[in-house]
Write a protein that binds this ligand. Structure first.
Ligand SMILES: [Zn+2]
Length: 108
């Protein structure tokens, strides 16, 4: 099993830039998801069009959740992050230190 990869920034200015960029990306995703949800108004719930829109919303949500911008556990946008290759997700150091991250059992 590959080891987790941690990215820690100690410089407060760099942390602020990182937080602002993460927030900017998250807001872009949330805006896009909201625009897609608005398209659902007037579309039949079980239609092919609504399924495609829901699929796009879920894809954006999953991409944001698995990105380094957001902790996969607590959804935090500001902490240092750790990448877990087995999960293919980033989680914050606080969730890792509190042992809140679920690891799948290694295959034997
Ligand atoms: Zn977290």
């Amino acid at each position: 099993m590959r080891k987790a990869h941690t990215i820690i920034l100690n410089n407060s200015r760099l942390r602020k830039v990182r937080s602002n960029l993460r927030l900017l990306i998250a807001h872009a995703c949330w805006d896009e998801m909201e625009s897609l949800r608005a398209l659902l108004d007037g579309i039949a719930i079980n239609s092919i069009e609504s399924s495609l829109i829901y699929s796009q919303i879920l894809d954006i949500e999953e991409a944001l959740r698995k990105s380094i911008c957001m902790c996969g556990t607590c959804r935090d946008l500001e902490n240092d992050m750790i990448y877990f290759p087995s999960l293919k997700e980033w989680h914050c150091v606080k969730c890792d230190s509190k042992k809140l991250i679920w690891y799948p059992k290694p295959k034997s």
